[in-house]
Design a protein around this ligand. Structure first.
Ligand code: X3X
Length: 332
């Protein structure tokens, strides 16, 4: 076959394959199940629904993300396991649950690091966190977002808490990750891990003496209706969720749809951060109208009680905490 003919055959082949890919992309359909533990009234739930709707619309119906709140599907550690197993599944959990795969995320989610939402938002845009995301991908986890911030977590109890000594012997409910258990234990409490779905009944029945969570959790799940009317402003953890999908599933999504998915989850997080920053003052006033009382705490006493948690744990990048503190100091 002469060169001219072989070139035209080659071009025809390329056009055909591009055409097939284009057709494949146009015929492409994917349904993903998105799981989280938040309640219908909480902004995280609303934001996930808004993002999913936007993605369905902008992909012309190709990417259908079905959202499942309140742990209707596997959540917490089990939700992340679904992602690692390559399920057509999106897990929305805080970064401590990724810490089981990439320990540096436990450092990112360590207690009393951040003074504002913005500090955390800036930190997750640094090269340090980009490197952490690359490590997560090596474990099969594609991270689409890390900053669905739902507020600083404070102590929510019947008894007024001001110092670590006030927490002695008190059973405080936490989510099940080691980060929370270590944090509340270091603060002086008896950390008592429970899924959110069992938490309010455990408080009502006196199984636990209190819990910890943000004002948005307090108002959104009606914690304030129970006996725990005192909030101690420890700001011990910045509650935030990431959005995680299997790298295998992600790699099979056509690039044009990947771009839309990534863009919408990024925009969704930015929207939620700005909305909750603007809403916090009003939520505090609303909780006070329901009889909730807020008190400041001995911040220095809690900070020194938590200091041992800044010691690098097994598998963490050497100097990871030093890098975090340096980045945060550069913002202040
Ligand atoms: O993994 C996502 C969160 O860290 C879960 O925190 P949790 O179990 O205290 O739930 C927060 C509530 O707002 C859920 O309604």
């Amino acid at each position: 076959m002469n060169i001219k003919k072989s070139l035209s055959v080659l071009c025809a082949g390329v056009i055909l394959s591009l055409g097939t890919q284009a057709m494949a992309a146009d015929d492409y359909k994917l349904t993903l199940k998105l799981s989280h533990v938040f309640s219908p009234a909480e902004q995280l739930t609303k934001s996930m629904d808004l993002v999913s709707e936007a993605i369905l619309k902008k992909t012309g119906g190709a990417i259908n993300i079905q959202t499942f709140p309140q742990a209707q599907l596997p959540a917490y550690k089990e939700g992340v396991e679904q992602v690692v197993r390559g399920a057509k599944f999106i897990s929305v959990e805080d970064p401590s649950f990724i810490g089981d795969y990439v320990p540096d995320f436990k450092a990112l989610y360590a207690p009393m690091l951040y003074r504002s939402f913005d500090e955390y938002v800036k930190l997750v845009q640094t090269q340090m966190v980009a490197d952490m995301k690359t490590k997560a991908e090596a474990q099969g986890i594609k991270i689409l977002a890390l900053d669905y911030i739902y507020g600083f977590r404070n102590l929510i109890t019947q008894k007024v808490i001001k110092t670590p000594a006030d927490l002695k012997g008190m059973k405080i409910r936490t989510p099940g990750s080691k980060s929370y258990i270590d944090t509340l234990s270091a603060m002086g409490a008896v950390a008592t891990p429970l899924p959110w779905g069992e938490t309010l009944s455990a408080v009502q029945q006196g199984v636990v003496d209190g819990l910890e969570g943000s004002e948005f959790t307090n108002i959104g799940t009606k914690v304030y209706e129970g006996p725990t009317k005192n909030v101690a402003n420890t700001h011990h953890i910045l509650g935030t969720c990431g959005v995680y999908i299997s790298t295998k599933v992600w790699s099979e999504i056509p690039a044009k749809y990947q771009a839309i998915i990534q863009d919408e989850f990024t925009k969704g997080a930015n929207h939620m951060v700005e909305l909750l920053k603007s809403q916090h003052g009003g939520v505090v006033k609303e909780l006070e109208s329901f009889g909730v009382k807020f008190n400041d705490v001995d911040g220095e006493a809690f900070r020194s009680a938590l200091a041992p948690l800044y010691k690098e744990q097994k598998g963490m990048t050497p100097g990871v905490f030093k890098t975090i503190f340096t980045e945060l100091d550069s913002m202040r």
